[in-house]
Ligand binder design. Structure first.
Ligand code: ASP
Length: 353
């Protein structure tokens, strides 16, 4: 993996920028006095939008390919990593969040940050940043389904739209956003729903929160299902297991024997778990892991019997397995108890907290 900015074992001290950024987010103007154009910082991480895994285009190249940018924003660039997003890890994602916080605290006049990212794990990275960063100035993810070598690449259009959103004071305090195919999605809601189609991202429960139409940002709802979990580190040892007819128990046991500290189990229906998988879950709890149940159905809450809650299982409510894992990574990194983690899941489901 080619790492172009500091990440890795040194991420612990990055909590300082998160705190400084919380204040800077609140105080900074969207446009500095005397400036005609908003300032946006573009952070490249790789993906199809940059030409593929470790792609040939860096963030400055992507900026150079945007027609009319000079009328939209002044854009500075950096490359954080250049990788296909199937190679993202919690450590890299956490380091990226810390870098965003640092940029905001260093640049009070900055309107917003845009991050280019592969589509494969975009919903995970965007949601982790949504949890870690305070909701202030916009952080907007852009990606592409079709690479720059295609005549009908969607990259430049998606990126310019994302820059317009990041430039807009109206996009403040909405949390981390994802902008593709003219639509603006909240990080908590968005999912990649198609491997190749141009319209590959959707927010199935809530729909998009807005769109970019002919260069104008239209916003029609405010994401309410958000929690802020500033963490001193990411707890990367969190696994996701999907239960299947007759399967899942071996994966749970395997995850625990490999040292998992957290486990998200995508259960049947509203939280049904057959005996062999339940025995593996009990062994995981006995080993000290935090276990979260979600549903493999794709929508709706799990409803757990009291005996399971008493045994220590946390309800992931309606959060999907990918995002429940991100929450557990942030929450365990923030030192939260199972009760506090359960409360975070309730808030993210829109429940009474
Ligand atoms: N393989 C790519 C990635 O980095 C796919 C994409 O960006 O669309 O996720």
């Amino acid at each position: 993996m080619r790492v172009l900015h500091r990440i890795g074992p040194g991420i612990g001290p990055c909590i300082r920028p998160f705190r400084a950024a919380a204040l800077a987010f609140l105080l900074a103007p969207a446009v500095a006095a005397g400036q005609s154009l908003p300032e946006v910082h573009l952070i490249g991480t790789g993906g199809t939008i940059s030409g593929g895994a470790g792609g040939p285009l860096n963030a400055a190249d992507l900026r150079a390919a945007l027609p009319g940018l000079e009328e939209v924003a002044t854009v500075t660039t950096e490359d954080y990593v250049r990788i296909g997003s199937s190679r993202m890890t919690p450590e890299v994602q956490f380091g990226l969040a810390a870098r965003v916080a640092e940029v905001f605290s260093e640049r009070p006049a900055l309107a917003g940050v845009v991050i280019t990212h592969g589509t494969d794990s975009l919903e995970e990275t965007a949601f982790l940043l949504d949890l870690l960063l305070p909701a202030g100035r916009p952080v907007v993810f852009a990606a592409a389904q079709r690479p720059p070598r295609f005549d009908d690449t969607d990259g430049p259009r998606n990126l310019l739209d994302a820059i317009r959103v990041a430039s807009s004071p109206r996009a403040r305090r909405l949390g981390v956003l994802v902008c593709l195919n003219s639509q603006i999605h909240a990080a908590r809601e968005v999912k990649k729903t198609h491997s190749i189609a141009l319209h590959a991202f959707d927010s199935p429960d809530t729909g998009p929160i807005g769109l970019v139409d002919d260069g104008e940002v239209w916003l029609f709802s405010t994401p309410r299902r958000r929690v802020h979990l500033p963490a001193a580190a990411a707890e990367a040892r969190v696994e996701l297991v999907r239960l299947t007819a007759g399967g899942g128990a071996a994966s749970i046991r395997g995850a625990i024997s490999e040292g998992a500290r957290g486990l998200v189990v995508e259960t049947f229906g509203r939280g049904n778990v057959p005996p062999p998988a339940m025995e593996a879950v009990e062994a995981a709890l006995a080993a000290g892991a935090v276990v979260v149940f979600t549903t493999r159905t794709g929508a709706g809450r799990v409803v757990l019997p009291d005996r399971l809650i008493r045994a220590g299982v946390v309800s992931g409510e309606d959060l999907d397995g990918l995002k429940a894992r991100m929450l557990l990574i942030a929450a365990l990194g923030a030192g939260r108890s199972p009760e506090e983690i359960a409360a975070a899941f309730r808030t993210l489901a829109g429940g009474p907290g």
